[in-house]
Design a protein around this ligand. Sequence first.
Ligand code: HDD
Length: 715
Amino acid sequence: MAHKPTAHSKSPRQSAKQDQLDAFRESPAGEFLTTDQGVRVASTDDSLKAGARGPTLLEDFHLREKIMRFDHERIPERVVHARGAGAHGYFQVYKSLAKYTKAAFLQDPAIKTPVFVRFSTVAGSRGSADTVRDVRGFAVKFYTSEGNFDLVGNNMPVFFIQDGIKFPDLIHAVKPNPRKEIPQAASAHDSFWDFISLTPETAHMVMWVMSDRALPRSYRMMEGFGVHTFRLIDGQGKARLVKWHWKPVLGMSSLVWEEAQQINGKDPDFHRRDLWEAIESGNAVEYELGLQVVDEDEALAFGFDLLDATKLLPEEVVPIERVGKLVLDRNPQNFFAEVEQAAFCVGNVVPGIDFTNDPLLQARLFSYLDTQITRLGGPNFAELPINRPIAPVHNNQHDGFARQTMNVGAANYLPNSLGDGFPKPATEQQGGYAHHAERVDGKTTRARSDSFKDHFSQARLFLNSLSPVERGHVTDALSFELGHCERQAVRERVVNAILAHIDAELAAAVAAAVGVEVKTAAKAPAITTGRKGKAVTASPALSMVRGALPSIRTRRIALLAAPGCVGGSLAAVKRALEAEGASVEVVSTALGAVASADGKDPVAVRSLLGVASVMYDAVAVADGEASSATLAANADAVRFVKEAFGHCKAIAAIGHGAAVLTAAGIPAEARSAGVVTGAKPTELGRDFIVAIAQHRHWGREQVRSRPPLGRPPKR
Ligand code: HDD
């Protein structure tokens, strides 16, 4: 029987998943230590020996079990997306989507469907750093009343390749060199760019990965995409094509490259910590679900093929309908059980959602189910608490490693009469999944469709959509990455086989930076069109500048203070920032109360030795002559302010605090937008908030690469 949601059951489903997980939790509070067999253990610090200095005895079952269990604690990490973090929450539609789909969880705004989301990087191993230049995974498991639906997406709307058969090649090329296992979690090396230069279909995705999208400030501030075109099927069996989008309620924001590299050293858990802390502090993480829905016969209506995952459908052409909200409000209680053991499978769909013939999607349908067998040790991974659906499961698939369900009954086959024919298949009306009846005929072939042949025009469309600052970052990123390629031939081929086909200026700037020459001047025509056939050459919505929210909610702000500071004005600024939802920390030369000049001692929760400006969105310096003199003479404090300035962040100095700005090389005359000084905390706080809400003050950016054209160095 299909379990249709009951109207207005506000959260039973949500709590059903929570209860299911809680049933597996084990808390040691008030309990005796036992073996796995339940025998109470008397001592766990000394092994059983023949005499205090004698040999250890094999009969020590507690020692053997404890060491055996420890030896097998690790499981294989994910072959890609190994590094990640997850959170629980729920999803609700704003209004019924019955006009598009019969999926039960999309029918009723009163229903909260429990979800588990895992964010990840792609290339690095499980212990790698968070803020590398990489794609971010955005995988959502919806525990619906009709079974689990997994939307396994990324924070970029396109992909490197068009056919999943090339996925192992792509990943081998980007992962560390098999001989030396270097470099970790980085694409700035020969094999990646060798593959790119020989695989023009990667051109569009390469522009995304070289853009600021690959450096999200937070998982909470990035978009998500289902990438492929899927199908929605309504109650009458009518199919429509759909692209899935996640829009962060906090808007989009990114790090700058140098900052990202520093964070990797200072706090490799930056994104994981950010997600955890936001949820712990009661700031639920929210995204709106957006849909682009088009008719089945429009698959080729926009100048490219909607089955081609290297293309996006500009939202200016088909607007994104915001249809519901995803809220992440609960941290896992056990990382291994809930995050590491989560198994997302692209093939997990529910009635009302179906696949298309996108060849990348088709290969994924096999891969995700298959990979869990190695990673989770057998075919029973769907029984793990995090993966269990809340919909009832009845079938004749049983046994295998680590089976937990004990199937009972007279017959374990179908058809049967011994078990009265149960479990019996459901008709479509009873909720049985019916695959969309797509007409398929064609000759067996390994050919790529002609409709997949353009590789460059959307790469250019993306580049054209960026602000000048964002374009500059793409140029810098390419120069950095290719600058790490030892082979001149690789650098030359990327420039000439890829970049020159996208944009002549980009190719010239990168060529100059990496010591090669542009020898090609080819430019493919624009192919993307609106419904009426009008060419589309840019999609302003793709610029992150437009997607930023002028708010300081959940932003991290450091207040630098030293003994002798004026605590009153600092507290006033702190209150003003916190009233706007920011998270504010006093940073000083030591932890604890900072002796103030006015008896209003602020409490430092961080010391300058332990943090750096890259871990904050903005910095303010306290008033007070003695405090400012101490900070101006402190190398860490000076670097703090200098780096914040270099990374284009908002900076404030109350009264004498301005001396620290001067010590950091920001004299009054060089102060640009985003630097706020003054003695009145109310006015200063207000101006500082406005400056922080702009996130970055790009006018200050120091252009590092993009050197003048010149003779390439020979390698
Ligand atoms: Fe994949 C994991 C996203 C193409 C094969 N992929 C994985 C995860 C995400 C994506 C977010 C991590 C899930 C988690 O948190 O556990 N992958 C994508 C997107 C793709 C894509 C958006 C293109 C549109 N992937 C792709 C292809 C293949 C795979 C073409 C193979 C043919 N992906 C896998 C995998 C992984 C995986 C090997 C590794 C761990 C896992 O599945 O559970 O099966």
